[in-house]
Design a protein around this ligand. Structure first.
Ligand code: AVI
Length: 323
């Protein structure tokens, strides 16, 4: 229910522990084994992800922030006055400030994220810093769930814009990304989506970005097993799995895996799962796109790719898609 006690409103549509258990049982019983990347983001995973965004090897966050800093004024002008801004995967709600600072009379902000406490803290901070803005925190898995976005209570004419930064769209397969965009388009009709998309580049740069020297990405990946231990009574020995991440240029994507270092049987979620030495759990893909590839995908989903910005080194892109 909407609560008025918090500085920001809060709506909880979070997935249940049962859905985590179902995903784990389903993912570990099949061959090859895999787990959905959405479950990375418990409180510990969100903290580790924030540390990733500060790593020297992980260029996407600071590059996208640079693009928003350099071109945010033009973006805000394109979005126009009175928009309701819906941020998908809002995390710490830091980047959106670069838009909010320049938007003319925004009608409201809705932060949507799967990480409940992280989301609430971030939206409370935003509400404190933007006292004239109506802020709503909406805890949901916006990829697999149908998320109803409440209109702003101010009753202003609705022009809705989704802000989907960070190349989180890359964590979907291209066909899933297309379905995702198509699914959101009616919600955004008359407005559009501002979406951050990581670009294809040299394999060495991508390999390092997903396998950093300090081991933070490895810890982020392994936290998925720690979370199964914490929440589902799992018996994973974290020292018996190693982080493996690499860019596959033919597929245009980074893959992350957790590789069993020995034969072992692990209890989790009321079952037992057998691993052979060298067998992996596929935990994430991170797809990279050229500008024309992503524009074509967006067009297939029914959008008009109206404008795109990149950084001088062409590492990252931000697309404005009219819905
Ligand atoms: C959230 N997402 C866009 C990140 C990425 O780059 O795919 C998650 C991540 N995985 C490893 N490092 C960062």
């Amino acid at each position: 229910a909407l609560s008025s006690a918090a500085r920001s409103g809060f709506l909880d549509l979070a997935p249940t522990v049962e859905s985590f258990a179902d995903a784990v049982v389903h993912g570990l019983a099949r061959t090859p084994k895999s787990l959905p990347a959405t479950f990375f983001y418990d409180a510990e995973g969100s903290r580790l992800f924030d540390r990733i965004t500060d790593l020297p090897e992980y260029y996407p966050t600071r590059t996208e922030v640079g693009i928003l800093r350099d071109h945010g004024a033009e973006m805000a002008a394109l979005l126009g006055p009175g928009v309701q801004l819906v941020e998908l995967g809002s995390g710490s709600s830091v980047k959106v400030r670069l838009l909010l600072d320049r938007l003319e009379a925004p009608a409201g902000y809705v932060g949507v994220d799967i990480s409940r406490d992280h989301l609430r803290d971030a939206c409370d901070r935003l509400a404190a810093d933007y006292p004239d803005l109506e802020v709503l925190a909406l805890c949901a898995d916006y990829v697999t769930q149908d998320v109803p976005i409440p209109p702003p209570t101010t009753g202003l004419p609705r022009r809705r814009v989704a802000f989907f930064p960070g190349s989180t769209i890359g964590n979907l397969l291209p066909e899933e990304a297309e379905r995702f965009l198509a699914h959101w388009r009616p919600e955004l009709a008359g407005g559009g989506m501002l979406v951050g998309v990581d670009l294809k580049k040299d394999k060495a740069v991508l390999d390092a970005a997903y396998d950093d020297a300090a081991g933070v990405t490895a810890a982020f990946n392994l936290n998925l097993l720690a979370r199964i231990n914490r929440e589902l009574g799992g018996g994973f020995d974290l020292s018996a799995f190693r982080h493996h991440a690499f860019y596959d240029p033919a597929k245009g994507r980074v893959e992350m895996h957790l590789v069993s270092t020995r034969d072992q049987i692990v209890p989790a979620a009321g079952r037992r799962f057998a691993f052979q030495a060298g067998e992996s759990i596929h935990t994430e893909i991170s797809c990279k796109y050229s500008l024309p590839e992503f524009q074509a995908l967006a067009a297939r989903a029914g959008y008009r790719p109206a404008r795109v910005w990149t950084d001088p080194a062409a590492l990252f892109s931000v697309h404005w898609l009219e819905a």
